[in-house]
Write a protein that binds this ligand. Structure first.
Ligand code: UFG
Length: 334
């Protein structure tokens, strides 16, 4: 049986494809290559270029490849962009998931693993935040994912479909052997921006607010290594194959680092004291987000391997340096 990965040529998708292939799964990818790159995929994986919103296209891939389970990564993921262009987020993240579910039900696919986000929580009342916390997203991005979760729930109740929703906290790092990593241009994520500064691709890092009620005034996030997150997806697949019921799981380590701590770590590991400037708060930002990880550790057979901020930084830097060399040698798109 085949596993379909939507958005498999992107950052988290490509790490999951790699892990799936290494564990012996047959994998096909659908990606429109808007933010993904074919060179991030391991050899032997079929890539179908197209949009998940195109139901006929998705149906033909599912039927021709005998798809048993769908991993749905394809989405728009930048919180600040969603504040500027909410309709794009509701289209790409909510409406497209609706299309995908319609095709999945029609084709008899019975398992789906959905990429959700800690942004569904907004500013939680309690930290670490558990899955049953009230969802109060602060951005259209968070709302678009919350609505997609609801769609999935309702469809699963009505049809023969089981799912695992994985709510990602802040994903960082890269494959330990630098076979794939975050390649998207114009990154907005803290880690990517800091490693770009450490490799002299930008002249400074702006800190969006040091007037929050946190120990050092900057926001706090729970950073999870992307390869550990990929393994959580494999564990979710095993769980569903063993007959596990639909569930929602936080994906983080349960420990927070402030923006300033991350910057200090990247400066220390890279030995590059790049400039740091305090800037205004960024619209839509949550102050403190840390996962309560009890549920994922109980439900899934998953043990993180890279729960260490220095290792995450080393892997992110190694990938950045490799990407830079690739860019300098002119190999950018294939
Ligand atoms: N930040 C800066 N300077 C930058 C970039 C970011 O200070 O140049 C700060 C942000 O203000 C925020 C923190 O670093 O406080 C993290 O910001 P990111 O942009 O790296 O990530 P977000 O927390 O905004 O969002 C990410 C994912 C979402 C996910 C969320 C969960 O993009 O999908 O983490 O915490 F929902």
């Amino acid at each position: 049986m085949t596993v379909l990965v939507t958005g498999g040529a992107g950052y988290i998708g490509s790490h999951t494809v790699l892990a799936l292939v290494e564990s012996g799964e047959t994998v096909v990818v659908i990606d429109d290559l808007s933010t993904g790159f074919p060179y991030l995929l391991p050899d032997g994986v079929s890539l179908f270029k197209g949009n998940i919103g195109d139901e006929n296209f998705v149906e033909s891939v599912i039927n021709s490849c005998g798809v048993e389970c769908i991993f749905h990564f394809a989405a728009s993921v930048v919180v600040s962009d969603s504040m500027r262009d909410p309709l794009a987020y509701y289209s790409n993240n909510t409406a497209v998931t609706c299309n995908l579910l319609r095709v999945a039900v029609k084709c008899g696919v019975t398992r789906l693993i959905f990429s959700s986000t800690a942004a569904v929580y907004g500013n939680p009342d309690h930290v670490p935040v558990a899955e049953n916390a009230t969802m109060r997203p602060l951005s259209p991005y968070g709302s678009s994912k919350m609505m997609a979760e609801q769609l999935l729930h309702d469809v699963a109740v009505a049809h023969d479909l089981n799912y695992v929703v994985l709510r990602y906290f802040n994903v960082a790092g890269a494959d330990p052997s630098a076979r794939t990593g975050l390649a998207t241009a114009g990154a907005t994520h803290l880690f990517k921006i800091a490693v770009e500064a450490a490799t002299e691709q930008r002249d400074r890092v702006d800190v969006f607010g040091i007037d929050y009620s946190t120990p050092d005034g900057s926001c706090i996030r729970d950073f999870i290594h992307v390869s550990d997150l990929a393994q959580a997806h494999l564990a979710a697949l095993s769980y569903l194959r063993k007959g596990g019921q639909s569930t929602v799981l936080n994906c983080g380590y349960g420990r927070g680092y402030s923006v300033l701590e991350i910057i200090e770590t990247v400066q220390r590991i890279s030995r590059c004291k790049f400039a740091v400037k305090v800037a205004n708060r960024r619209l839509g930002d949550i102050m403190t987000l840390i996962a309560d990880t009890s549920r994922i550790r109980t439900v899934l057979d998953w043990t993180p391997r890279y729960d260490n901020i220095d290792i995450i930084t080393e892997h992110a830097l190694a990938w950045e340096i490799k990407s830079l060399n690739r860019f300098k040698s002119g190999r950018t798109t294939s």
